[in-house]
Design a protein around this ligand. Structure first.
Ligand SMILES: Nc1nc2c(c(=O)[nH]1)N[C@H]1C(S)=C(S)[C@@H](COP(=O)(O)OP(=O)(O)OC[C@H]3O[C@@H](n4cnc5c(N)ncnc54)[C@H](O)[C@@H]3O)O[C@H]1N2
Ligand code: MOO
Ligand SMILES: [Mg+2]
Length: 415
């Protein structure tokens, strides 16, 4: 019997997270064309380099006038003004608008200096070179003043901000043809286990297809990284060591799944016994994934997640995702937490806190949660339905229906 080959010290999830985050070094920046920056994180703050708008802008199609000229206008009393010119968008007005005059103007065009209101076209009646108005206008009406939206030198986007539609519009407004973003982390993903078949292979008795690598690759990509799905590794420590060292230089960090428990063939444990790396932890007070181990090897992190799909998924969300967020300059590294009302009994007790794959719903302003499906660590099918992790405290009794529980949100929009 191989027995317990490895000394393990139990750490809390929060301490394990901090141990990982202690090793964060921001990704270096790279410049990409604006249209390739969507979904990336900014590697520099963005300030307004000019006010917006930077000229007095007409908000409607109509006539630029002196508001004072309209003060006697009413539905029963038309005031007639002389039309001096037409100002299309993008053109500087040629003339001043003097008292008694009006200039035809389009939405988005520059309001001539002396004018102080724009009357909507629908409120006017035009003849050859004149316009009649029947509405009293206030000063400033339908004119967007300089800097209405933003003044010059306002901090608009912090470094680390995710570039979405609103950010893209701002960057374009301020002339960012190219944008400095954090380089995407490259992540090697290895599944270990001689029972694993590559996805294209026919099923064999006792063997299963490798699903963890694809699940994790999807998680890495969602988190803004470039996943490299590596060939499945057999349960041979020399082979695993060579494969990991071989890719090490080409990636920012490595994820493995499987082989971290106490089985004879738990190959990552064998590796930890022979390598020149350092373990940060190898036992976490959590279910699923208590044997989750993280080490640092030749300056790169190695996340050794449990092979069970549920444990692997949860391990990524609790340890790898915060690390990736930090690498990419996002300050809210740990998933957001709320509390919710448990909709079913969860009577399975546990020595460690449980992170149950769950579904959130909101009813009448109140948050409810229930397990997304079967919740064993070995069960994979419920992962697709999970949008949260329900935290069931350690202890023999689990949690009862109606109890308030901590809920870790997995699908919160990020900024
Ligand atoms: N005597 C004990 N046995 C076990 C313990 C324990 O404390 N004492 N811990 C259990 C817990 S908890 C977990 S979690 C698992 C952890 O196992 P490993 O991380 O060593 O993973 P494996 O043994 O390699 O595989 C477990 C399970 O997952 C399947 N698997 C592995 N890789 C994949 C993959 N890429 N795609 C899909 N499925 C995968 C594998 O076939 C196994 O069924 O250990 C418990 N045992
Ligand atoms: O750590 Mo294991 O995934 O709890 O079953
Ligand atoms: Mg095992």
């Amino acid at each position: 019997m191989s027995g317990y080959r490895f000394q393990r010290k139990l750490v809390k999830v929060e301490d394990a997270q901090q141990a990982v985050l202690h090793h964060v070094r921001l990704q270096e920046p790279e410049e990409v064309p604006l249209e390739e920056s969507f979904g990336r994180r900014l590697a520099e703050p963005v300030c307004s380099s000019h006010p917006v708008p930077h000229f007095r802008r007409s908000g409607v199609d109509g006539y630029a006038i002196h508001a004072e000229d309209s003060h006697l206008a009413s539905p029963d009393h038309a005031v007639t003004l002389e039309v001096t010119e037409t100002i299309p968008c993008g053109v500087i007005p040629a003339m001043q608008v003097e008292r008694g005059q009006a200039a035809r103007i389009m939405t988005g065009a520059v309001v001539p200096a002396a004018a102080n209101a724009v009357i909507m076209l629908e409120m006017t009646e035009a003849s050859a070179r004149e316009v009649c108005i029947r509405k009293r206008m206030d000063k400033g009406e339908n004119i967007t003043p300089i800097g209405h939206e933003m003044q010059e030198n306002e901090l608009l986007l912090q470094s680390g901000r995710l570039i979405g539609p609103g950010e893209a519009a701002l960057l374009a407004t301020f002339g960012y043809e190219r944008v400095r973003v954090f380089r995407k982390p490259r992540v090697a993903i290895f599944s270990t286990g001689s029972e694993l078949l590559e996805v294209g292979r026919p099923l064999e008795n006792g063997k299963i297809r490798n699903s963890n690598s694809y699940m994790l690759a999807c998680q890495v990509q969602e988190a803004g990284g470039i996943p490299l799905i590596m060939p499945v590794l057999p349960d041979e420590p020399e082979y695993v060591e060579a494969a990991l060292l071989n890719i090490m230089e080409q990636v920012d960090f490595i994820i493995t799944t499987g082989g971290v428990s106490v089985g004879d063939k738990d190959v990552l444990v064998d590796l930890f016994e022979r390598w020149d790396g350092r373990l940060l932890f190898n036992k976490v007070a959590m279910r699923p994934g208590s044997p989750t181990s993280v080490g640092i090897w030749r300056n790169k992190l190695l996340f050794a997640l449990s092979g069970n799909p549920g444990a692997s998924y949860v391990g990524f969300e609790l340890f790898v995702r915060p690390y990736m967020r930090a690498l990419l300059g996002y300050s809210a590294m740990i998933h957001k937490e709320i509390s919710g009302c448990l909709q079913t009994d969860y009577s399975k007790g546990s020595a460690y806190p449980r992170y149950v794959r769950g579904k959130v719903s909101i009813n009448d302003g109140k948050v409810f949660v229930k397990p997304a499906g079967k919740d064993k660590s070995s069960v994979m099918v419920s992962i697709k339905d999970a949008d949260c992790l329900i935290c069931i405290p350690a202890g023999g009794r689990g949690a009862a229906e109606g109890e308030s529980v901590r809920v870790i949100l997995l699908k919160e929009p990020e900024h």
